[in-house]
Structure formats: structure tokens, C-alpha cells
Design a binder for this molecule. Structure first.
Ligand code: ADP
Ligand code: MG
Length: 702
């Protein structure tokens, strides 16, 4: 149970001044934690930090105010010039002056009554906003602030600027944040007071207050005390959660599993290729883990197409040789089907009994499957998270393999291990996470990496092509498919709206069908799984030559004879995503191309991304570059810069804090493994604040 002292921070944002249900939806997109659907809470809003400041302290007088500058002016209101009736395009102007000159305060589509009330003739007002010289005449369009002398204290001379989104006004956001801040409870200190003092930090509450009231641009620096403090809190919460998880895993003894190798030998015989050195090395790591009496908790990292699935299958076989079962979990039904399709011929040849479980199996089929798992007739189960529904029991689940971990949370990772006794865990990810991030997300895991591509792979030729050469691209595809090629055509992300994504993909599908004839298919996230699978099957069989897709094809889809990847609006994708998408081709022995269609002109970051894509095919290199570019950040948009998974900390600048947090976390868990001291109590609060409270459940699970 969350301690009640935190309640004010965990109330929904609708409890704040000025936030109703409609704004709550908008806010959830802006500040909500991406992995949850729940409405955002006060704490989410308070972790939404300013990215800039507006300095309104300049008061140069009207005549001395430079074009474009943000200034505050003390003026006397002279007269109103309302917009002529029926012509709303002409603004309402309010003329005002100071001792240096006259200014026109300009309002479009104004509420006249409000303007006259706010600025009565003869009154003195402070106005603050952007100065514009229009035909040599000073003006200010829609001043940000208009206050009387009595209200001057309310005019922020240094004003924080937050990432915004459509439908939300700055005033509303500021008011909601102020309302949230006024409710922050006084919390006990969870950090070592000596460290807090040495770094000139304050407590959590005052730090939170300070980050929302920057006094200068320097306060926005990641190293500024208030930000540093909160970043450290966030890092410590994540490292503490991982340290608790690690300790928990260790406490629960594993089983030493040593098979006779017979099943593995049959599988290797059934493979049409021999393993790469990387694959062999990863398997050796896994064998060592399985043979040890502790639980295995291993991350298998490898680029798309590096052959992780075979490694997973052989790991499963090793466990099955000892009489136990294995489960293989993939994030989507599509991927489950695909894995089943590729694995089945091999497992059949090797005499392994395979089951498939997704949300789709019903009735008799499902009952048989469940029975087979319970009595052990099924050796290997492939499934979505449906695998972990209540009612699914295994006779003896020895190994859980999780594909594409980044789609699953820590929470699910924990749920996995509850289905068996001393279950070993192998997590696979195609996201080539940089070393610093491995520590961050998987600090509790051992890591194996597949660093080479299977033999016979041909490099992918990557080209960036402006969108206005679309016609050439289409005719190139026309001739390629005439020679038997298959192409993916990935459609852009439109904002964050799936409906718009789908509309864009449907338009492209229609246009390509018109240009190329009846050989184009379409898959997107809004189709029923069965429909989508059917289209995929037609693409695999070659009935469809061009597959238009939204990013549902991003993860793991394997059509090894596809050789063309077109990514439309490539400038809208992140590097990791581009790399993942490109990895869909270049899987066979024929040369492949990846065409990055971009809309000119490109921004600096987008240009760098496309250049990196052209120059490198190495996922690890790309991941490091990605981190570097994102550190540079595209701020001020809805997209936050910084380290994925973190609200405040940014590993580019807080890497030193990260190391300290990891050491502190380990020390804390060593000295107070149950978080039972009073400091432990405070640390529990920290885990709740940063959404790492899954780890607290482990303390009880024992
Ligand atoms: P990943 O899951 O890492 O993206 P896969 O396991 O799906 O990669 O493998 C991609 C393709 O490469 C599959 O068709 C697989 O059969 C093949 N493959 C895997 N290992 C090898 C190897 N050592 N030599 C040749 N082909 C391989
Ligand atoms: Mg895969």
C-alpha cells in the first residue's frame, strides 16, 4: 500500500485548479507516463519541467525597446480603437504611451468588453510581451501579461517555459503546476544528509519547487542543484529497484540444469546453417548459467537479423532435455505466429512438442493447450502475454524467454517468474542499447551480445531521397518487382494519432495500387490480427509484392526475400526505429536497398540521423550516436529530449550521478535488504514517487 503521506501527489490531475476531464486527456499525452493508460497524476505534472525561461526583467521604455525583444513596459492607456463591425480581420488596438513614445497593443478576435475592462482609459498598466516594430511604429501583439500597479507582484519577471501541446494554454498549465506545488507534503529525507549538504542540494520538496521557479537560464542546466537533486533521486529509484530485484532473484535459489545434449544435437542437425561464433559464445554463457545453482537472468542483445531466435530455441532445448518446459513470449500476436512458423519445422524435426497461445485461442483448442501445459505434453509454449493469464499452469516451467523486452515492463518481467519454481529467464532485445543504458535498464542482468551477422549476408545500400522524387522511387520499385523483388513501404508517424497514421497508410496504399496494380497490400495497427496475418501470409507467399505498413512491422517481422525498404518521412523517425526498420531487409543472400524518403528541408538533427544511417549498419554504433544526438535534444516540442525511460535524469550529463546511484543502491540493499530502517521507509517513498514500487512488492514476496 502506498503511504498516505504521498496521496496529494498521486491524485489525478483533475484535482488541480483549472484541470477538467478534457484537459486531463491532453495532459496525459504531454506528461503522462507513456507505458500506462491511467490518467496522469499530480506528480507526473510536477515532473514536467521547464525547458527555457523568458526574462521579462528588461524595462527599456517604448522607444528603446528593440524589435523582437521580450520587454515589460509601464504605460498609460490613451484610447481604444475597436475593430470595425463585421470585419474581424482588423484587430482591436489599444494605444498607450510612456515618456519615450506611443505603442499600439494589438488584439485579434478580441473580447472587446474584456479589453475595455482590463485597460480603462487613463489607467496605468504594466504590459509584458514581444516588441514588434511595424512600419517604424512600435506595437505588441497579444501581450503575455497586462497587470495594474497593485498586481505587479503577479507579473513573473523570470517566467518558466514548458513543453506545450495544442489545446493547453500556458496560463492553465502554470496555474495547475502552482496548485500542485502548494500541496507537496513534507517528506523525510531518503538521501544521506552529508551528500545533500556537500552537493548544495535541498530536500525533495524544495527542489521540486525550485525547478519550477527558475531565477535564470542557469537554473535550467542539468547540473543546477535542484535539477541535480531530482535527477539523482530518479536514478537512485531506478537503481534501487534493480538492486532489490537482483537481491530477490539471488535469494530464490535456482536449479542446476544440465541436459544430455541430445535434443540440441537434433536441432542443430535440422538447421540449414551453422551457428556464428557470437551465437556459440552466447550459448556457452547460457549453458554456464543453466548449469549453475542460481537463477539465470540474462539479456541477449543482438541486432535485427543477428539470429537470436535460434539461440533462444537451443536454450529452450537445453532446459527441455532436463524434463522441464520452456515458454517463449513475444510482444504481439503477429510475432508469435511468425516465431511459431519458423520454429515449427525445426522442432518437428527434433521431436519437440510445440504449443501456441495468444488471446485468440478459444474453447476446445485452448482447453487442450492448457491441459497439455499442465501435464507436460507440451515442451515449448510460444505466446503473447496471454501466457501469464491466470489458469495457465505449467507442469514444470524451467525457462522463460522474452523477446523484444522494451515492449514489456519490469512488472511483467517479474510476473514471468511466478509461473514456475526457480524459473530461469532469458530476455532478448534487438534494440542495441548502449552500455550506459544497459546498466540503467538491466542493471540486474548479465549480458551476452551477438555482434556479427550470419554469414552470407550482403550489406544494405542506404540512400536518402527527397520526397519530391517519389515518382522515380515508384518506377524503380515497379521494375524491381517485375524482376521478382519484394518491398516494404513504411508510412510516416503522424503526430501521435494512430487514426491519422492509418489514414496516411491507406492513402499511400491507394496511390501505389493505382501505380503498380494489384500487387500491393496494407497492414496497420487497427486491423484485426487475423486480417493482418492474412495479408502478411500473402506477402510471404509472393502474391503481394509491396507491403504498405505503419510501424507495426517494426518489430521482428521476417520475410527473408524482401530486399527493398522504403521509409516515407524518414525524418520523423528516431535512429533506433530507422535501424530496426532497415533490418527487415538484407536478410537473404540478395543485395538490398533502403530508401529514406525525406521531406526537405531537413533540420540539423534529422540530417545527422540520415547521414548516420547511410554510413553505418552497426546497431551498436547507431545506438551510441542516437544517444549523442538525443542528448543534443529537440526541446520545446511535445517530444522530450533526454534519456528514454527517465523524466528528469539525462545520462549524457548525469552519467556520474548514475554510477554513484548504482553504488549507493547496492550498499543500501546490502545493509537494509528489507528497507526496514527509518531511512528504508523514506526510500520506499522514493520508489513510489518514481514509479518503481514494483520492487516493494518483492520485499514482501521474500
Ligand atoms: P533476430 O531474431 O536476431 O532478428 P532471427 O533469429 O530472426 O534474428 O534470424 C534472422 C534470420 O537469420 C532467420 O531467417 C534465421 O533462420 C537466420 N539465421 C540465424 N542464424 C543464422 C546463421 N548462423 N547463419 C545463417 N542464417 C542464420
Ligand atoms: Mg527476432
Amino acid at each position: 500500500m502506498r503511504p498516505p503521506i504521498l496521496d496529494p501527489l498521486f491524485r489525478p490531475v483533475t484535482s488541480l485548479t483549472g484541470i477538467g476531464p478534457k484537459l486531463a486527456v491532453i495532459l496525459r499525452k504531454l506528461v503522462g507516463r507513456p507505458e500506462t493508460d491511467a490518467t496522469s497524476r499530480v506528480i507526473d505534472l510536477l515532473f514536467h519541467l521547464p525547458v527555457a525561461v523568458i526574462d521579462r526583467s528588461r524595462q527599456p521604455g517604448i522607444a528603446e525597446s528593440p524589435e523582437g525583444a521580450i520587454v515589460t513596459l509601464k504605460v498609460r492607456i490613451d484610447r481604444h480603437q475597436p475593430a470595425p463591425r463585421g470585419n474581424r480581420r482588423i484587430p482591436h488596438r489599444v494605444y498607450a504611451d510612456d515618456e519615450t513614445g506611443e505603442i499600439a497593443l494589438t488584439f485579434f478576435h478580441a473580447n472587446e468588453a474584456w479589453l475595455e475592462r482590463t485597460m480603462p482609459i487613463g489607467a496605468t498598466r504594466y504590459v509584458s510581451g514581444k516588441m514588434e516594430w511595424f512600419n517604424g511604429r512600435p506595437s505588441m501583439v497579444h501581450p503575455d501579461h497586462i497587470v495594474s500597479e497593485e498586481e505587479l507582484a503577479e507579473l513573473p519577471l523570470i517566467e518558466p517555459v514548458y513543453p506545450m501541446t495544442a489545446g493547453l494554454s500556458r496560463k492553465t498549465l502554470l496555474r495547475a503546476i502552482a496548485s500542485g506545488l502548494s500541496d507537496v507534503p513534507e517528506l523525510p529525507e531518503w538521501l544521506d544528509p552529508a551528500v545533500v549538504a556537500q552537493r548544495h542540494w535541498t530536500g525533495f520538496g524544495p527542489a521540486l519547487d525550485a525547478v519550477h521557479h527558475p531565477q535564470s537560464a542557469a537554473d535550467l542546466e542539468p547540473a543546477a542543484p535542484a535539477r541535480g537533486r531530482l535527477a539523482y533521486d530518479e536514478l537512485l529509484a531506478s537503481q534501487l529497484a534493480l538492486a532489490l530485484m537482483r537481491a530477490h532473484q539471488k535469494r530464490r535459489a535456482g536449479r542446476a540444469r544440465v541436459g544430455d545434449g541430445a535434443l540440441r544435437a537434433r536441432i542443430r542437425d535440422a538447421l540449414p546453417f551453422s551457428l556464428t561464433d557470437s551465437q556459440e559464445a552466447a550459448l556457452a554463457d547460457i549453458d554456464t548459467d543453466l548449469g549453475a545453482p542460481e537463477r539465470m537472468l540474462r539479456l541477449l542483445q543482438g541486432d535485427v537479423g543477428s539470429g537470436k531466435t535460434v539461440v533462444a530455441l537451443l536454450a529452450a532445448a537445453a532446459v527441455i532435455e532436463t524434463g522441464a518446459q520452456a515458454a517463449f513470449m513475444a510482444p504481439t500476436e503477429l510475432l508469435v505466429r511468425q516465431h511459431a512458423r519458423t520454429i515449427a519445422p525445426i522442432t518437428d524435426a527434433a521431436g519437440l512438442r510445440l504449443g501456441v497461445l495468444t488471446g485468440r485461442e478459444r474453447g476446445r483448442e485452448r482447453d487442450d493447450l492448457i491441459a497439455g501445459l499442465a501435464d507436460g505434453t507440451i515442451d515449448l509454449l510460444i505466446g503473447t502475454h496471454a501466457l501469464f493469464q491466470a489458469g495457465v499452469t505449467f507442469r514444470d516451467l524451467g525457462l522463460v524467454i522474452v523477446d523484444e523486452q522494451h515492449r514489456f515492463g519490469v512488472h511483467q518481467r517479474l510476473a514471468l517468474t511466478t509461473k514456475g519454481d526457480a524459473t530461469d529467464v532469458l530476455v532478448m532485445t534487438a534494440t542495441p542499447i548502449p552500455r550506459t543504458l544497459v546498466l540503467t535498464y538491466y542493471g540486474d542482468m548479465d549480458v551476452s551480445r551477438l555482434t556479427e551477422k550470419p554469414a552470407g549476408r550482403r550489406p544494405i545500400e542506404t540512400r536518402a531521397v527527397p520526397l519530391d522524387r517519389l515518382d522515380q522511387v515508384v518506377s524503380r520499385i515497379r521494375s524491381a518487382i517485375a524482376e521478382g523483388a519484394k518491398a516494404y513501404w513504411v508510412c510516416p508517424l503522424v503526430e501521435e494519432s494512430e487514426a491519422l497514421d492509418v489514414a496516411a497508410a491507406e492513402d499511400r496504399y491507394a496511390a501505389l495500387t493505382a501505380a503498380l496494380g494489384d500487387v500491393v497490400g496494407l497492414v496497420h495497427g487497427r486491423m484485426k490480427p487475423a486480417e493482418r496475418d492474412a495479408v502478411m501470409a500473402r506477402f510471404v507467399s509472393g502474391e503481394i509484392k509491396v507491403l504498405v505498413a505503419t510501424t507495426v512491422v517494426e518489430v521482428g517481422v521476417d520475410v527473408s526475400d524482401a530486399t527493398i525498404m522504403v521509409i516515407e518521412h524518414a525524418e520523423r523517425f528516431g535512429l533506433a526505429q530507422l535501424h530496426q526498420l532497415r533490418g527487415r531487409v538484407g536478410r537473404g543472400d540478395k543485395p538490398s536497398v533502403c530508401l529514406l524518403l525525406y521531406k526537405a528541408p531537413l533540420g540539423a538533427v534529422a540530417r545527422d540521423r540520415l547521414t548516420i544511417m547511410r554510413e553505418s549498419e552497426d546497431g551498436f554504433v547507431i545506438a551510441e550516436e542516437d544517444l549523442r544526438l538525443r542528448g543534443g535534444g529537440e526541446v520545446l516540442g511535445t517530444r522530450q529530449s533526454g534519456t528514454p525511460g527517465f523524466r528528469i535524469a539525462d545520462l549524457d550529463v548525469h552519467a556520474d550521478l548514475m554510477e554513484i546511484a548504482r553504488d549507493d543502491a547496492r550498499l543500501l540493499v546490502d545493509t537494509d535488504p528489507g528497507l526496514e530502517t527509518s531511512r528504508g521507509d523514506a526510500l520506499r517513498l522514493l520508489l513510489y514517487l518514481f514509479g518503481r514500487d514494483d520492487a516493494i512488492r518483492l520485499l514482501r514476496a521474500g
